[in-house]
Design a protein around this ligand. Structure first.
Ligand code: FE2
Length: 282
């Protein structure tokens, strides 16, 4: 079998910022990487034990044209939306929300102390699905498909498929793969990812070696797309490590973002703003 490792193209430091009502976070996948990492639009990492950094949460705000996937490593957050969904997201849980033609929601911490840590990923919708009905699902940690490999590597399969385990969510067009991989010290993990799918690794504990490149904690490694290089290999070093491996098939469609709206044209953005102002978004 002639398969070779997908090397790291470049490393990315996140950009510290704040969003919502002053939640401090690191924007790992920023707007200028949207084309490079199509179909992914954003990845935010939040993590703090200082309540002032998170307590105000994200009061009511709209979305249109894409999906948000929130993965809570530690903490408790209550979600409510205009489609009538309500859910408590806590330790190890995932909330997958398809905004489609429009959702107005709030995401409010349900804790006044302790650590709040997690990620929010934005996955684009294909042009023909941007105005679909909103969809929402909460997965508690115990409900997430997972497996432990012979070498002790634990894989939580949020989307896609890994080592025979089908993930919690599948999407036909973008075929997202979203894995949380926990590696014991010295252990390696391999995953086939088609070279035509954009892929990146984000390290949130320890440090790893990705096909010969050292990737430190809180760094994102963007992987190259070369034909024949379709095996991702991640190896922990002297310490255990935890990483997200995220990949998907690019849409190759125009991306026009205005804040919480991501569409294909300026006209569609103007329509979203008008719909929101006139109370017709959701
Ligand atoms: Fe939101």
């Amino acid at each position: 079998m002639s398969t070779s490792l997908r090397p790291v193209q470049h490393l990315v430091n996140g950009v510290p910022t704040s969003d919502g009502a002053g939640v401090k976070l690191t924007r790992v996948l920023t707007q200028h990487l949207q084309r490079r990492l199509d179909p992914f639009l954003m990845l935010d990492a939040f993590g703090s034990d200082q309540p002032d950094d998170y307590i105000a949460g994200f009061p009511d705000h709209p979305h249109r044209g894409f999906e948000t996937i929130t993965y809570m490593i530690a903490g408790r957050m209550l979600h409510r939306d205009s489609a009538g969904h309500e859910g408590l997201l806590e330790n190890g849980g995932v909330q997958w929300m398809t905004a489609g033609r429009g959702v107005i929601h709030s995401e409010i911490p349900q804790q006044e102390e302790g650590v709040m840590e997690g990620f929010q990923l934005w996955l684009n919708l294909p042009a023909e699905a941007k105005m679909c009905d909103p969809w929402y699902r909460d997965f508690k940690a115990a409900e997430l498909p997972h497996t432990t490999l012979d070498n002790g590597v634990e894989v939580i399969v949020i989307a896609g498929e890994s080592h025979g385990v089908t993930g919690a969510v599948q999407r036909p067009t973008t075929e997202p793969l979203y894995l949380d991989v926990h590696l014991p010290a010295g252990a390696a993990f391999e995953q086939a990812v088609g070279a035509d799918h954009n892929a990146f690794v984000y390290v949130y504990r320890g440090e790893v070696d990705v096909a010969g490149t050292l990737v430190a904690s809180q760094r994102m490694a963007v992987l190259r797309n070369e034909p024949g290089q379709d095996l991702v290999r991640i190896e922990a070093r002297e310490q255990p490590a935890r990483v997200l491996l995220i990949a998907g098939r690019p849409l190759d469609e125009p991306i026009v973002q205005y804040g919480p709206f991501v569409m294909n044209s300026n006209e569609q953005i103007h329509q979203a703003i008008q719909d929101y102002r006139s109370g017709h978004l959701a």
